[in-house]
Design a protein around this ligand. Structure first.
Ligand code: MSP
Length: 520
């Protein structure tokens, strides 16, 4: 394969600690990044924090600290949490870093130079939680409350610089309509297109009543609108408009392959960001994927309702069931792009699926090879039966199907396909009954075939799960007698079969039973 792959998450507001929503996007991006590294792509994975804007200021005031102190404290918590969750981001950008601020000022200067920024005045509604301008029609429809938080919208009236968004409506529309800029899922693309059709307003991009932000270079009384500042992170982190040595990253990785985001921030990414890029004469990202939102036990997550899945709850789940079981659950919970609902019974169900389908398949295969063949893999000399043929077909189809799922970002499929292969292998073992074959010396060749095909199948399933279960899949592969450090070092050998005469290792449960008493 060996192509380049650049994936980003939104940069999160560090006005609090990360919660399930932030962790979900980040882990999904991590799985995709790990997949691309596994197949040999030159991969770059970016995440970070979005530290300016009124929302940060208000929280800082409430906590009696400066916005910078608030950002420092929580950005650190985000970083530590991601590290603990074994997120493999290549960089973590903070928008209060000089490297970002300086580059953003260059970006604004360029837009001023092309005549895309002008001074005017804004009067209208603002959603301070979302940092979003809301049109009169939308405000009225939502009874002048935030459609996300339900808090009252705020009336703004102030001099402001505008970005000529109206000039770019048509090219942005065309890029989305033709999929030159792919927006997925399809229904969200259509929502954006219908809102964009006939859009005439320019975008207010500065605030003169706010001090916490990046000053507009030629008029430092104004700070830049936080979304223009934040969206730029996708290129400033690569060294765009920077003198630093890492600017070669920009040439190497821009345009991004995927901006992975939550559905509530699609408009900013699908409209403002491409318009900014066209203004800067830069290529558009290839794809924006808007995933769904988590509710918890059927309701919106909320601290007051007591159903909020905060960082410590996520960490506790990872401690109890393993980090890999958490990753599996999050991706398994719904087709990628749909809304999802968190519930511990579901979590336990998906943990049991891992144990009973994947863990069991590995364990019984290893046990049989150990017992009947002293751990050594025999040949297939027996003419394949129909049952053999169907497992052979499943083994053969698997890499292509998995690649297809990742290419389309069908992340639920990406976790289900390996599980299906293991499930089918279990069914194959049940149907061929190696236990009886072993009793009849005349059926030795048939037994060899069953053991051989079962172990090849579980090996493939485990390799396919490396991005999702980085620890457990490699542990399983180690039990199969392969040095985990060697897996994936040569992507062209990723789907190689285990060779004849290969000696498998000892099996031990990959997902040991969790006593209910340990779950709290
Ligand atoms: N700072 C902006 C993004 C700027 S990107 C240039 C922002 N930050 S945020 O802290 O509010 O994080 C938003 C992201 O967190 C969402 O896009 C989504 O990825 C994730 N989620 C937050 N709550 C969520 C759920 N309840 N469910 C799923 N994901 C959600 O917006």
């Amino acid at each position: 394969m060996n192509s380049r792959f650049y994936i980003t998450t939104p940069i999160y507001y560090p006005n609090g600690e990360p919660h399930l929503g932030h962790i979900y996007t980040t882990l999904c991006a991590d799985v995709v990044a790990r997949w691309h590294r596994l197949i040999g792509d030159d991969t770059y994975f970016l995440t970070g924090t979005d530290e300016h804007g009124i929302k940060m200021v208000k929280t800082a005031v409430a906590e009696n600290v400066s916005p910078q102190e608030l950002a420092d404290r929580n950005a650190d918590i985000f970083k530590q949490a991601f590290k603990q969750l074994k997120v493999t981001n290549d960089d973590f950008i903070r928008t209060s870093e000089p490297r970002h601020k300086l580059a953003v000022q260059e970006i604004v200067k360029k837009m001023v130079a092309t005549g895309d920024i002008y001074l005017g005045s804004y009067e209208g509604w603002y959603d301070e939680g979302q940092e979003e301008f809301v049109t009169e029609t939308e405000a009225k429809a939502a009874e002048y409350k935030s459609s996300i938080s339900g808090r009252p919208l705020v009336r703004y009236q102030e001099p402001t610089y505008f970005f000529k968004l109206s000039k770019y409506v048509e090219p942005v529309y065309r890029a989305i309509e033709t999929d030159a800029l792919l927006i997925r899922p399809e229904n969200r693309k259509n929502e954006v297109l219908s809102k964009l059709k006939g859009w005439t307003a320019d975008l207010s991009i500065s605030r003169s009543t706010l001090k916490w932000g990046i000053p507009i270079p030629h008029d430092p009384e104004h700070v830049l609108y936080v979304w223009v500042d934040a969206l730029s992170n996708y290129i400033t982190a690569l060294g765009y408009e920077s003198n630093e040595t890492n600017s070669s990253l920009f040439a190497r990785f821009w345009p991004a392959d995927v901006h992975l985001i939550g559905k509530e921030i699609l408009w900013f990414h699908a409209v403002y960001w491409p318009a900014m890029l066209i203004s800067l004469n830069l290529p558009l990202p290839k794809q924006i994927f808007a995933h769904g939102w988590w509710t918890s036990e059927g309701k919106k997550m909320s601290k007051s309702m007591g159903n909020f899945i905060d960082l410590s709850r996520v960490q506790q789940l990872a401690r109890t069931y393993s980090l890999d079981a958490l990753r599996f659950y999050l991706l398994r919970a719904a087709p990628f792009g749909s809304d999802l609902d968190f519930g511990e019974p579901d979590f336990i169900k998906s943990f049991n699926e891992l144990a009973n389908v994947l863990g069991n398949c590995l364990n019984r295969t290893l046990k049989m090879i150990g017992r009947y063949r002293a751990g050594v893999l025999g040949p297939v000399t027996h003419a394949p039966t129909e049952l053999d043929q169907s497992i052979i077909a499943a083994i053969d189809r698997f890499p292509g199907a998995l690649q297809g799922a990742y290419d389309k970002l069908e992340l639920q499929q990406a976790v289900l396909l390996p599980l299906e292969l293991a499930r089918q292998t279990n069914g194959y073992i049940d149907a061929t009954a190696p236990f009886s074959l072993a009793k009849d010396p005349a059926k030795a060749a048939q037994l060899d075939t069953v053991l051989h095909l079962s172990v090849q199948a579980i090996y493939r399933a485990l390799v396919g799960l490396i991005p999702v279960l980085p620890d457990k899949a490699l542990e399983g592969i180690r039990q199969l007698g392969i040095d985990p450090a060697a897996v994936g070092t040569d992507p062209s050998k990723l789907w190689d079969h285990l060779p004849l005469g290969h000696k498998v290792g000892e099996g031990s449960p990959l997902f040991p039973r969790v006593e209910p008493a340990n779950t709290k």
